[in-house]
Design a protein around this ligand. Structure first.
Ligand code: CA
Ligand code: CA
Length: 215
């Protein structure tokens, strides 16, 4: 029975999961960028040390200048081509020991601005230009308010991507209100897929986003 022990050891060795040495991604931030621009991105996760490449499955993105000083975070520069396809791009991180699971990066056509907290009510609404993508995060029971200037009769469209980014499973509510501090929202849309238009007759309009259940 001298062969029994080596045979058992071989079985145990063969049962080791492949993902034990592959990189694992828990987040990639920011989640996207504008066509024709560059963004500094940070990937966090496990077993990331020695990252060699980010493999992109659609044309238009290049990740360069890797900083792989530790195993839980990788920094890189993302170059977004002027003709990169709009929307979701799929990618994986490659190290010497394996490939990560699939993650995503979103390309848009509008300039990106970051939210500035505190912006939790109309009095502290962040003023942004029309035709802007606002990049923010929703902490527990957070509310984010933004103000845009409109001419009489001008229309505004607002949309929250939220759950469609594929990062967190949370719901949102989107509302638009007039400049009067006490005015009621002109419309309010529950749910994570919010899109509407407002026939504005007011000088300044506030767009508010709040979460129902955390990030
Ligand atoms: Ca926020
Ligand atoms: Ca806020």
């Amino acid at each position: 029975m001298s062969w029994a022990r080596p045979f058992c050891l071989l079985l145990v060795g063969g049962a080791l999961p492949l993902w034990a040495s592959s990189p694992h991604i828990t987040s990639l931030l920011p989640t996207g960028g504008q066509r024709g621009k560059e963004r500094e991105v940070e990937i966090t996760g496990e077993r990331l040390k020695g990252a060699e490449e980010i493999i992109c499955y659609e044309p238009g993105l290049k990740f360069l200048g890797f900083d792989t000083t530790n195993s839980t975070a990788v920094k890189a520069r993302c170059e977004i081509a002027p003709d990169a396809g709009l929307g979701e791009h799929h990618l994986r991180l490659r190290t010497a020991t394996g490939l990560s699971e699939l993650t995503t990066f979103f390309v848009g056509e509008l300039p990106v601005v970051s939210e500035t907290e505190p912006n939790n009510d109309k009095a502290h609404a962040q003023v942004v230009a029309l035709n802007t993508t606002i990049e923010g995060s929703i902490a527990s029971e957070d509310m984010d308010c933004f103000a845009v200037e409109l001419q009489k009769g001008q229309q505004v469209a607002a949309e929250v991507e939220a759950i469609r980014l594929g990062r967190y499973n949370f719901d949102t509510r989107l509302a638009v209100a007039g400049p009067d501090e006490n005015s009621s929202p002109m419309w309010m849309m529950p749910g994570s897929r919010c899109r509407t238009r407002l026939q504005a007759s007011l000088r300044q309009t506030t767009v508010g986003i709040c979460s129902a259940c955390g990030r």
